[in-house]
Design a protein around this ligand. Structure first.
Ligand SMILES: Nc1ncnc2c1ncn2[C@@H]1O[C@H](COP(=O)(O)OP(=O)(O)OP(=O)(O)O)[C@@H](O)[C@H]1O
Ligand SMILES: [Mg+2]
Length: 495
């Protein structure tokens, strides 16, 4: 055993030829193949003078007696069911270099790793994470290490936005609840969570939940929402004019009643006033166009139910919500019970307010967590999604300068199951858990030079995520996991 820098090390192999400065093969000492696995962290004592932290990936087993590219005695033995010799057997791992750690911080390694350099693993109690230097904030722990191997994260990159990806049940919401949200809080951000299903976050912050029905929509959101609910009056020229009348009616402002039924009739009355205002003949009667407008308006208003109207009657404004967020520090907007347009209208109302604050050059220190992100910014947005996608892109751009961080959570990365490509480009740090086979190609791009195959991404257990991007102090993705409370493990979870 060797001690370096207070860390207990145990030799597991030596560097093979050919080696480079970014990676090398390691031949394992006999028996170590049972202890060393992919993602094991190792230290290379480079004979060329420095110490290099690396991670084992892409393991291979060799046995000359069992080569199958031609018929040979080994193959003959195997065929006849007799055991061939394992004398010529050995194992190797690809060492993917994280960096030069000689001086107590991670630097890019520029020295060629000398073949025959010794390779060590870290013994249980010694924590290699301290080799990343003095980094204040941590997330989870290194999945192939001990729970005390907390993974350092660079919180200054939080406003460069975060994506969390993984198939359903891969642990995205748990990662957010147990690790990301606490990390954001520690880094000084107030966290505003849009809980699409109302079950992932709202029950866990019982004193800090706002129900969607209580929220006052801004004028543009009310118009967008009602237009969708009214099926845009069916389309065509008549509908276009009617939408203008509706917009004017809303901006007149006297349409709010004491209940949804009264509100609905006031709104219709205001639209009808606008129809009368522009479509009378010389004797003051409604002309032919006016009658068409009136008929169409009434047909579509007839279909509005009280629960369609309710969402426009909330009283709590976006500015009051942000005040509440400042007091509570973490605030959940419960979006269950509502149509998609209702949910997205609420998001838009708040997003526009935040955008306004940033345009006035306020530094926000707010993180906006959006679970089920493809509902807001799908790959091919339609209707109200076009506006939410646009707003998210706008928030992302301003957020980098004014301390607004977007945390988008999605089952898929790209294509039909993923999020909009223009939005995705704005997410600098990614947590990638078990992916969907449709995403295999997309995911491999993030891991191109780090020897993580789509195969292994398709098989990650729940609660395991590769951290990729600027918040990761390592240039290669690190596998992060985290502990959850016993009662929340499968079988003991919420019913
Ligand atoms: N770190 C962990 N360790 C052990 N089990 C975990 C861990 N994280 C999550 N799980 C298990 O995985 C289950 C699913 O997690 P979660 O609800 O976060 O998935 P999700 O990715 O958000 O799924 P969906 O896309 O359906 O919302 C949890 O109920 C929990 O039992
Ligand atoms: Mg979830």
């Amino acid at each position: 055993m060797v001690i370096w820098n207070g860390l207990e090390l145990e030799q597991i192999g030596i560097v093979a030829s050919r080696s480079r400065e970014t990676d090398a093969e390691c031949i394992l000492l006999e028996g170590k193949e049972k202890e060393v696995t992919s993602e094991t962290l190792v230290l290379v004592d480079n004979r060329n003078g420095n110490k290099i932290l690396a991670v084992c990936r892409g393991g291979v087993g060799y046995n000359d007696n069992l080569k199958i590219d031609y018929y040979n005695p080994g193959v003959a033995y195997a065929r006849s069911g007799r055991g061939p010799s394992t004398a010529k057997e050995f194992f190797s791992f690809k060492l993917v270099v994280i960096g030069d750690v000689t001086d107590g911080e991670v630097k890019q390694n520029k020295t060629i790793i000398a073949p025959a350099s010794l390779v060590y693993k870290f013994k249980g109690d010694s924590n290699p994470m301290k080799l990343f230097g003095n980094i204040k904030n941590v997330i989870g722990y290194y999945a192939l290490g001990a729970p005390l191997w907390k993974v350092p994260t660079l919180t200054e990159y939080i406003p460069h936005h975060i994506g969390v990806f993984g198939v359903t049940g891969s642990g995205k919401s748990f990662l957010c609840r147990y690790e990301l949200i606490p990390l954001l809080r520690r880094a000084g951000y107030d966290v505003l969570i849009f809980d699409w299903k109302g079950s992932d976050y709202a029950p866990f912050y019982p004193d800090s939940v706002i129900n969607m029905g209580d929220i006052k929509l801004d004028e543009a959101s009310i118009f967008g929402y009602l237009a969708e609910r009214l099926d845009k009056f069916g389309g065509g020229r008549i509908a276009e004019t009617l939408l203008r009348y509706l917009e004017e009616a809303l901006s007149e402002g006297s349409w709010r009643g004491s209940d949804p039924t009264e509100t609905k009739s006031r709104l219709l009355a205001a639209v009808e006033r606008n129809i009368w205002g522009e479509n009378t003949d010389r004797s003051g009667n409604l002309n032919e166009w006016g009658q068409r407008y009136l008929r169409r308006a009434r047909i579509y208003f007839e279909r509005l139910r009280p629960e369609d109207i309710k969402p426009v009657m909330g009283e709590m404004s976006a500015s009051e919500i942000i005040d509440m967020l400042r007091r509570k520090k973490t605030l959940v907007i419960d979006l269950s019970y509502g149509s998609k347009e209702q949910k997205l209208s609420i998001f838009l109302s708040i997003a526009r307010w935040l955008k306004g604050l940033m345009e006035e050059k306020n530094r926000l220190n707010i993180a906006v967590v959006v679970d089920e992100a493809p509902q807001y910014c799908p790959w091919n947005p339609r209707g109200i999604e076009e506006e939410t996608t646009r707003q998210i892109i706008g928030l992302a751009a301003l957020g980098r300068s004014y301390g607004l961080s977007l945390v988008l959570i999605s089952q898929g990365i790209a294509g039909e199951i993923g999020i909009n490509a223009a939005v995705r480009r704005n997410l600098n740090t990614l947590f990638i858990g078990r992916i969907h086979p449709l995403d295999a190609q997309e995911a491999e791009r993030f891991f191109a030079t780090s020897w993580i195959s789509a195969d292994s991404l398709l098989r990650l257990p729940e609660g395991h995520f590769y951290m990729v991007g600027k918040m990761n102090p390592s240039p290669v993705p690190l596998l992060v996991s985290f502990e959850i409370e016993e009662r929340e493990k499968i079988g003991f979870g919420r019913g």
